[in-house]
Design a protein around this ligand. Structure first.
Ligand code: AMP
Ligand code: GLY
Length: 424
């Protein structure tokens, strides 16, 4: 089987790694891919938003299965385009990817189907948003409706900050058209947990839990980033929490999408907050998390192709997802200055070390080949993942492995997974 993966980050590297383990796969292509993915797949120089070229390539190469990893092409309708050309594709169609593509849509969906989430109002008019804020309780959360690279969420502590926030999102259009509409929602407190799931339109099977560290600095300080590291499983995702989510959130979401005539096939990522009033949905994503995929997929025992094909064929009820009874931690090695400004093009050494150790992974995010060297090419450069018998051991292993790799301006957080065990 020939597989085409669309995307170029650590998540797509983790997907490629899982796909490569399948005995059914003869050849993997990745568009556009990166220097790490190139060890597993033939990277094709086509961008994830170049739909015409992607479809033409898939037809020309007679691709048997396309897996879309990234949010933008999903929300833009790449799956519909591939399917129209007869290419089997894993991921939600455009009318279902709206679950991530519009926060106003997802909030209205949750309200209509009684899925627990923060109280909210949607606004298309900045004046209406400003007058609503006059009587609001603070802190309060402002969210640009559309995709904003995970940065379109502003937590405002008082009216002044909130007014500024409305300006940033709706008037200055800092996040572009994503700010044409805005959600204003209640501020919640609690532990965050990410739960990824496979969905075939009607059946949902959740994967093992994970947690992301979004802020740039140790102790959850500094700016929000795409994610500085993850661990899996989350010890806060207890059996009781899981049962609650199964009863009120997971299947309810899948059923709601089907009832709306938007059956969801692909991966739903549930961003949950464990509040005093029970788990609530912070957000939905319509794809694997990045870097959640880098700790969840290495622990999956199933053949990835079997699961993906079961989703496409509506036969997920016949699959039992299985995960290793261990833990994994991923520490992101970034370029100093990320997420604001940083330099690129520094040679990376020590990558060969990962070939010598089982249970260790070096997922490339922002890298590229430069002659026979691999150089830094982004804010998040590598995701160093290690497994261990438990989180404590996985954390120790992952941090040891961060020392194998060197490049100029290497930056990482030193407390990934630390909240889980203060002994480290
Ligand atoms: P989102 O992209 O909606 O997940 O938001 C990004 C981050 O903002 C989340 O991971 C939370 O840390 C925070 N956040 C979003 N919504 C809320 C909320 N209603 N209350 C508190 N924090 C929130
Ligand atoms: N790690 C959060 C995300 O993938 O959106």
């Amino acid at each position: 089987m020939k597989v085409l993966i669309v995307g170029s980050g650590g998540r797509e590297h983790a997907i490629a790694d899982s796909v490569a383990k399948s005995s059914k796969v003869d050849k993997i292509y990745c568009a556009p891919g990166n220097a790490g993915i190139a060890a597993l797949a033939e990277c094709v120089n086509i961008g994830a938003m170049e739909f015409e070229k992607l479809v033409a390539f898939a037809k020309e190469q007679v691709i048997d299965l396309c897996i879309v990893g990234m949010d933008d092409p999903l929300v833009g309708g790449l799956v519909d385009r591939m399917e129209a050309a007869g290419i089997r594709t894993f991921g939600p169609r455009k009318n279902a990817a709206i679950l991530e593509g519009s926060k106003a849509f997802s909030k209205d969906l949750m309200k209509k189907y009684h899925i627990p989430t923060a109280a909210y109002e949607n606004f298309k008019d900045p004046e209406a948003a400003l007058s609503y804020l006059e009587n609001a309780k603070f802190p309060i959360v402002l969210k640009a409706d559309g995709l904003a690279l995970g940065k379109g969420v502003l937590i405002c502590n008082n009216l002044e900050e909130a007014r500024e926030g409305v300006k940033t999102i709706m008037l200055d259009k800092k996040f572009g058209a994503a700010g044409n509409e805005m959600v204003i929602e209640e501020f919640m407190t609690g532990r965050e947990v990410s739960v990824l799931s496979f969905v075939d339109g009607k059946t949902i099977k959740t994967m093992t839990s994970a947690q992301d560290h979004k802020r740039a600095g140790d102790g959850d300080t500094g700016l929000n980033t795409g994610g500085m590291g993850t661990f899996s499983p989350s010890p806060f995702y207890t059996k009781e929490v899981e049962e609650y989510c199964e009863r009120y959130i997971y299947q309810a979401t899948v059923d709601a999408m089907a009832a709306e005539g938007r059956p969801f096939c692909g991966v739903i990522f549930f961003g949950l907050m464990l509040t005093e009033d029970g788990p609530k949905v912070l957000e939905y994503n319509a794809r694997f998390g990045d870097p959640e995929a880098q700790v969840v997929l290495p622990r999956m025992k199933n053949d990835m192709i079997d699961v993906v094909e079961a989703c496409i064929d509506g036969k997920l009820d016949q699959i039992e997802l299985e995960f290793e009874d261990n833990a994994a931690v991923c520490v992101v090695l970034a370029s100093d200055g990320y997420p604001v400004s940083y330099e690129k093009g520094f040679p990376i050494s020590g990558l060969e070390e990962f070939e010598k150790h089982d249970g260790y992974y070096c997922f490339h995010a922002g890298t590229k080949a430069d002659g026979d060297q691999i150089v830094t090419n982004g804010g998040r450069v590598l995701g160093i993942t290690a497994k261990g018998a438990d989180l404590l051991e996985a954390r120790k292993n992952a941090y040891a492995a961060t020392e194998w790799v060197q490049f100029e301006n290497k930056y990482m957080r030193h407390d990934i997974g630390k909240a889980i065990d203060e002994r480290v």
